[in-house]
Design a protein around this ligand. Structure first.
Ligand SMILES: *[C@@H]1O[C@H](CO)[C@@H](O)[C@H](O)[C@H]1NC(C)=O
Ligand SMILES: *[C@@H]1O[C@H](CO)[C@@H](O)[C@H](O)[C@H]1NC(C)=O
Ligand SMILES: *[C@@H]1O[C@H](CO)[C@@H](O)[C@H](O)[C@H]1NC(C)=O
Ligand SMILES: *[C@@H]1O[C@H](CO)[C@@H](O)[C@H](O)[C@H]1NC(C)=O
Ligand SMILES: *[C@@H]1O[C@H](CO)[C@@H](O)[C@H](O)[C@H]1NC(C)=O
Ligand SMILES: *[C@@H]1O[C@H](CO)[C@@H](O)[C@H](O)[C@H]1NC(C)=O
Ligand SMILES: *[C@@H]1O[C@H](CO)[C@@H](O)[C@H](O)[C@H]1NC(C)=O
Ligand SMILES: *[C@@H]1O[C@H](CO)[C@@H](O)[C@H](O)[C@H]1NC(C)=O
Length: 212
């Protein structure tokens, strides 16, 4: 094999590795170095969170890291009515979730990691101070893409349905097929396997060119 072929293979490998690397899960620190904070003195959010969010790509399995204090809350909702109303008062437990650090004292530092597990619009706000923080900029929306799908760690299927053990007199009956089972879920592992499959031939080629 010529040096040119070897270099070509290296290039192909580099491109493939970059492609794989760009599909890793990402942790997004909300507001960057500023964090998730309300500036009580100026009665406004510490930064423009919509503007922060507009500048990045969010995928399933990514985390939003809220670097904050107990003066703010972190509410995730999939319901734009709840979001636009800046309150959880009428919200349903099915579509709205509060993340907290379990400290009721004001002003304590807190880091809250929120995994992104649902594709589509995800809305975040702080409902502290009766919605004033939210009205004054502590609110943003993101669009979550499929990306690699959920990683196994966030992809826990529900436990299988309970099946009563056979009683002695029915033990001769044929086995029962349980319909349903776990719903079909996104599987990040299989996407990664596909990536590796693409990578492998190039890896072998490259090894071969080193050996020849
Ligand atoms: C992202 O955040 C999660 C939750 O805090 C953590 O488990 C994971 O290690 C972080 N990943 C990176 C690459 O920092
Ligand atoms: C979180 O905020 C504190 C100050 O509020 C800062 O010292 C720290 O570097 C921030 N962490 C990150 C990951 O931005
Ligand atoms: C902050 O602004 C809101 C209007 O969005 C107002 O109702 C509230 O009184 C203001 N708070 C302070 C402390 O100025
Ligand atoms: C925040 O930034 C967005 C654009 O990303 C802009 O539309 C909006 O008016 C800004 N909000 C404030 C309060 O400046
Ligand atoms: C997006 O981020 C890049 C660098 O991180 C910055 O140069 C650019 O101005 C940002 N754009 C917006 C709209 O915030
Ligand atoms: C909006 O919030 C107010 C309280 O701030 C509540 O009375 C009202 O029912 C809410 N509306 C909806 C549609 O959730
Ligand atoms: C969104 O939440 C409101 C209450 O805030 C509720 O009335 C409405 O039905 C919800 N929308 C959906 C699509 O569930
Ligand atoms: C946090 O909230 C408490 C009570 O409202 C207030 O006294 C304190 O100044 C706030 N801290 C910050 C950093 O805004």
């Amino acid at each position: 094999m010529t040096t040119t072929t070897f270099l070509l293979n290296l290039t192909v490998m580099a491109v493939l590795i970059t492609t794989v690397a760009s599909q890793q899960y990402t942790n997004h620190t909300v507001g960057g170095s500023i964090g998730w904070l309300f500036d009580a003195k100026n009665n406004i959010s510490a930064t423009n969170y919509s503007s922060w969010a507009s500048n990045q790509t969010f995928n399933l399995g990514d985390y939003l890291i809220f670097n904050t204090t107990t003066n703010q809350t972190v509410i995730l909702t999939y319901n734009d009515t709840t979001f636009n109303n800046c309150t959880t008062d009428d919200a349903s437990d099915d579509d709205t979730f509060q993340f907290s650090g379990g400290n009721s004292e004001f002003g304590k530092s807190l880091t809250i990691a929120v995994p992104l597990t649902v594709v589509g619009p995800n809305f975040f706000f702080s409902d502290a101070e009766d919605g004033i923080q939210c009205q004054r900029g502590m609110a943003f929306q993101i669009l979550v893409n499929h990306g690699l799908g959920l990683p196994p760690s966030l992809n826990q299927p529900p436990p299988p349905p309970y099946v009563a053990p056979p009683s002695p007199d029915t033990s001769q009956s044929p086995p029962v097929t349980i319909a349903g089972g776990s719903p079909s879920l996104d599987n990040g592992a299989s996407s990664r396997l596909i990536n590796l499959r693409f990578l492998l031939p190039s890896l072998l080629l490259c090894l071969a060119s080193v050996l020849v």
